[in-house]
Design a protein. Structure first.
Length: 220
């Protein structure tokens, strides 16, 4: 089953909507996307307020993945996760129980200076413009920083990492072709101007024949 709205897209095998509380329940391998962030868990609950997403609760094997400007995968996982939204974007994520994070440190958004890996009982992550700003480790934290030259392939992903962009539904796939975004009108081809006809040169006027001189009449 596909879900599509401007601020959220997703898939799941089972979906229930409670009109009274404006809550959406998703189960059986649900996956959701908000901007460049992907969220997965055993089951999810979306709470709305005034028609917009207010909170998202992820139960069991909660996992959040987001891409930075260099397309590296920033990751956080835990037993239970609560994502808070504002202006249609994630603003904060609380990770409760067995929290782990892996985030790339960038130099001016152009180069990787290293990778931060952390483990804690609970974490709080804050975002701005869909980008991670700060991570707070609240209980028994352990952190390490890995320089780029020491980064191994197995250090680049947390356990159970699954990036699933091909499953992200489009408006057309979810609502049908009649609800697809209107196609941009094609620009009409500008008709080519015909080259101006070259004026024909006027024929030179015909020369009039000189009058034949008459012989003078001689009177006798």
């Amino acid at each position: 089953m596909g879900i599509f709205r401007a601020d959220l897209q997703g898939r799941c095998d089972s979906l229930t909507y409670d009109r009274q509380d404006s809550v959406i329940y998703l189960s059986h391998d649900p996956v959701l996307w908000n901007n460049k962030n992907q969220l997965t868990a055993d089951s999810m609950q979306i709470q709305q307020r005034k028609g917009q997403i207010d909170q998202m609760r992820l139960y069991g094997h909660a996992f959040s993945i987001g891409q930075d400007t260099l397309l590296n995968f920033n990751q956080v996982k835990g037993r239970y996760m609560v994502a808070y939204f504002r202006d249609k974007s994630i603003k904060k994520i609380d990770v409760l129980g067995n929290a782990e994070s892996l985030y790339y440190a960038l130099e001016g958004d152009t180069a990787v200076s290293g990778v931060n890996k952390s483990v804690s009982a609970t974490m709080a992550l804050r975002f701005a413009d869909s980008k991670l700003q700060t991570i707070s480790f609240l209980t028994n934290p352990e952190a390490s920083f890995i320089p780029p030259n020491e980064l191994k392939p197995e250090d680049a992903k947390l356990k159970d990492f699954r990036w699933r962009p091909k499953e992200r539904p489009t408006r057309r796939q979810t609502l049908g072709k009649h609800f697809a975004l209107p196609a941009k009108p094609k620009k009409k081809a500008t008709p080519k101007k015909k080259p101006a006809a070259t004026p024909r040169k006027a024929a030179p006027p015909k020369k009039k024949a000189a009058p034949t001189a008459q012989k003078p009449v001689v009177k006798k």
